[in-house]
Structure formats: structure tokens, C-alpha cells
Write a protein that binds this ligand. Structure first.
Ligand code: PHE
Length: 458
């Protein structure tokens, strides 16, 4: 099964370029863009934050995406197999296990929020959501998220949908669903931006988003922008590594990396416009975190003309974004189990779904019955979130860029980036990417890492 000649056939690959873009952009576009970016940008100076964010996408995003692509497409293997094939140093193989553990942690807490989103989508579509007022939404959300069984039911449904997708082959599962959900996501986003244009607060929202006050750029804002770019682009976890292992050898890696970076940033900016205009129009406060999406926005939609439509579209958008991200997280351990232990994709997907549900149930209960089970004052949800986002993701990003920038042979790396010299990508672009990979990204990511651990402050 695993010999080189029929390796690709046995593993499956993306059938079309649209599939490649839809799946990789689908992994990147998630809760981090639609809710995380507007909130973080709002807190950290709007336009000024956006500029720093764009610089980070260029300095860290594109090089690390390329590093993951070189490892994945260069081997056509799961994360562990990739390191085994490329790195002579045995200890480096353990990096693969870090990615797998990180994927399990991240899918656990992500599924809790995605489960809430699922419940809100159904509420919105059934018309039950937009009939309340201000405090009702807060009360409802509090009651719902702290209850024991209801969020768990939604977790099981959410992961069940994921299982349905990832247990199929790459083309019939991940590619097909991304090809449907991603175009729909962009249509919804576009329709909602057009609606924002007609809101009274549109100009104020745009001003906030694009007017730059450079005095607001502090070192902390820079670090936050780097962290946000990192999470938003799905870096460091090996989602892009595993997806690229299903690319054909003709896929242009640098161009695909640039498309992901541009589309992911576009979604973040458009979500910012939608949310800032809505907040400005209804003079609502940005409470941040889950409160923004699950309390403030439903209230705003309730006051908008055709609020039912906007609430339904918004939560559908969020749901599509979370599904296309969570399937990429699950694919990491599934490919590992499927290829390393030679079991079928269905069995691997079943094992991972059960593990993800177990992890998510603990995270969910930490809002209610298990809220007092804390370590260093952090609940289980916070610990999972902290370990994944502040420890494993940056660690993965540093390792990927160092391995590709320093450990692998140069002709292999350039061979992958140019499809063995058949692409006409200008030399200076390739050199810049490799330079950033070697010298810039690891240092910048290390700063995010140390800041996240609280070991580095200003
Ligand atoms: N990029 C996703 C988002 O913005 C989150 C994610 C992180 C997905 C890491 C996969 C890997 O929500």
C-alpha cells in the first residue's frame, strides 16, 4: 500500500484546482476570521491593527504556509511519515506527535463553540432567535452554555457531521463539501456586506476599520496581530501540510499560498466591516468573546429590518466556516491512524470522532458543572485553548520553518517551490520566501510564543 509507485493512488488526491483552493481556504477561514479578527481589531485600534496584521500575513503567513506545503506535497505523507521521510534526525519525528496531540486539543474546544453555533443557526433559521430583546439573549446564552446536556448534544451533532465528511475519500468528502460550502460562504459574506452598506453606521464602521492612528501600534498590538494571523491562517498545526499531501505534483505551491493568505485576509476584513457597521448603527458595545456573537449580534439582528434573514445568514456563515476548519483539524490524526496503522479511513474517522467528542465534552462541561475544576485558575476549556493556541501552534510554526529553511536540502525545497524548475516564479520571490522562512518567521513566532507563555513582556 505504501510503496512510492502507487502511494498517491492509495491515498487519494484533490481532483481539481478549485477543490485545492476551497479546501485550504476553508481550513483557514473559520471562527478566527469572522469573530476573532473583528474583536481583536476593535480592541487594538482598528485600522492600525489591520496594517500590522497585513505585514504579519506577509512576513509569517506566506513563508510558513510554503514550509508546510514543501513538507506535505514533497512527501505525500501524513505528518509523521513526512518527517520520517525527510529528516535523518530521529528526534524530529516526534514533532509529528505534537501536531497530532495539538489537533486533538484544538478540535475539542473548537467543537464546543461550533456546537453553540449549530444551535444558534437552527434557532435563527426557525425564527426563534430574533424575537427577544437585549438581556434575553444574555440570559439565554448563559443558561444554554452552562447547562450540562444541551451543548453536548450539539457537539455530538457537529462532530457527527464532520465524521460524515471525513470518513469518505478526500475527493468525495473534504473536497466535495468544501466546493459547496466555500462558494456559499463567500456569497453570504458578500450579501451581508452589501446590506451593511445601507446601514447608518456603515461610514463609521469603515472609518474605524481603515483609518490609521499609528500611535496605537504598541509592541503588544504587534504581538497580538502576529498571533491572530497565525491562528487565522491555520498555521503550525499541519492542517496545510496534510492537505498539501493530497495536492498533485503540478500544483503551484507559492501561488496557492498567496491565494490562501489573500482570501483569508479578505474574509477577516469583510467580517470586520459587517460587524463594525452593525455595532456603530445600533450603538452596541463590543463586549468581545462569545458575548459579541451570541448576545450582542442576535440583539442587533432583532432590530434590523429582515433581521430573521440576517441572523440566519450570519450563523450559517459561521457554521460553514467552522465545519471547513474542523475537518482539516480532524484530517491530521485520521491520516496518521489510517496510514501508520493501516486501518480504513472510516475506522480512523470513527476513532477520532469519539476522541474529539470526549475532549469536547470536558471542555463544554467546564462552562457548567466542571467550572471549578481548574489548574492555575484556568478551566479545562481555557487549558486546551492555551496549550493549542499559545504553545503547540507557535511551536509547530517555528519547527516547520526551521526544518524547511535549515534542515532540508536547498534543491529539494526549491524543487518543490518551482515544481522542479517547470514554473516561472521569479527568483527573487522564491529567495524572499526562503529568507523569511529561515531568518524572520522563526524569530517573530518565537516572540508570540514567549509572550503567550508570559515570559516576554514590554
Ligand atoms: N484558521 C481557523 C480559524 O480561523 C482555525 C484553525 C487553526 C484551523 C489551526 C486549523 C488549524 O478559525
Amino acid at each position: 500500500m505504501q510503496d512510492k509507485s502507487n502511494n498517491k493512488v492509495a491515498r487519494g488526491e484533490f481532483a481539481t484546482r478549485l477543490g485545492v483552493i476551497a479546501a485550504t481556504v476553508g481550513s483557514a477561514v473559520g471562527l478566527g476570521n469572522i469573530w476573532g479578527f473583528p474583536y481583536t481589531a476593535h480592541e487594538n485600534g482598528g485600522g492600525a491593527f489591520l496594517i500590522v496584521y497585513l505585514v504579519c500575513v506577509f512576513l509569517i503567513g506566506i513563508p510558513v504556509i510554503c514550509a508546510e506545503f514543501v513538507l506535505g506535497r514533497g512527501t505525500h505523507k501524513n505528518v509523521l511519515g513526512a518527517f520520517r521521510q525527510l529528516c535523518r534526525y530521529k528526534t524530529l519525528h516526534y514533532i509529528g506527535y505534537i501536531s497530532i496531540l495539538a489537533a486533538v486539543l484544538i478540535v475539542s474546544f473548537y467543537s464546543v463553540v461550533a456546537g453553540w453555533t449549530f444551535e444558534y443557526t437552527i434557532e435563527a433559521v426557525s425564527g426563534a432567535m430574533t424575537s427577544g430583546s437585549g438581556g434575553d439573549y444574555q440570559e439565554y446564552f448563559h443558561e444554554f452554555s452552562t447547562s450540562a446536556w444541551k451543548p453536548i448534544l450539539w457537539i455530538v451533532i457537529f462532530i457527527g457531521v464532520n465524521f460524515f465528511i471525513v470518513s469518505r475519500s478526500i475527493q468525495k468528502g473534504i473536497e466535495k463539501i468544501s466546493n459547496i460550502m466555500m462558494p456559499l460562504l463567500f456569497v453570504i459574506l458578500f450579501v451581508m456586506v452589501v446590506n451593511s452598506f445601507f446601514l447608518d453606521g456603515f461610514n463609521q464602521g469603515i472609518n474605524f476599520m481603515f483609518s490609521c492612528d499609528f500611535s496605537k501600534i504598541t509592541p503588544t498590538v504587534v504581538i497580538k496581530a502576529m498571533g491572530q494571523a497565525f491562528f487565522s491562517l491555520s498555521l503550525g498545526l499541519s492542517c496545510l501540510l496534510i492537505y498539501s499531501s493530497y495536492f498533485t505534483d503540478e500544483e503551484n505551491l507559492t501561488r496557492t499560498a498567496a491565494i490562501i493568505a489573500v482570501l483569508d485576509t479578505l474574509v477577516a476584513i469583510l467580517s470586520g466591516i459587517i460587524i463594525f457597521s452593525a455595532l456603530a448603527t445600533y450603538k452596541a458595545e463590543n463586549v468581545g468573546g462569545p458575548g459579541l456573537v451570541f448576545c450582542v449580534l442576535p440583539d442587533i439582528f432583532g432590530n434590523m429590518p429582515f433581521g430573521y434573514v440576517w441572523a440566519s445568514l450570519f450563523f450559517l456563515l459561521l457554521l460553514f466556516a467552522s465545519i471547513t476548519s474542523s475537518i482539516s483539524m480532524l484530517e491530521i490524526p485520521i491520516a496518521f491512524i489510517h496510514e501508520e496503522f493501516k486501518v480504513s479511513r472510516q475506522v480512523a474517522a470513527m476513532i477520532m470522532s469519539v476522541v474529539a467528542i470526549a475532549g469536547a465534552v470536558f471542555c463544554s462541561l467546564s462552562f457548567g458543572p466542571l467550572r471549578d475544576a481548574t489548574i492555575f485558575g484556568k478551566t479545562i476549556f481555557d487549558i486546551f485553548n492555551f496549550l493549542a493556541e499559545c504553545v503547540f501552534l507557535p511551536l509547530g510554526g517555528i519547527i516547520f520553518s526551521i526544518v524547511v529553511g535549515w534542515v532540508l536540502e536547498k534543491h529539494f525545497v526549491y524543487g518543490q517551490l518551482t515544481n522542479n524548475g517547470t514554473l516561472r516564479t521569479p527568483r527573487f520571490i522564491l529567495k524572499t520566501i526562503v529568507f523569511l522562512m529561515r531568518y524572520v518567521s522563526p524569530v517573530l513566532i518565537a516572540m508570540v510564543f514567549l509572550y503567550g507563555l508570559g515570559l516576554f513582556d514590554f
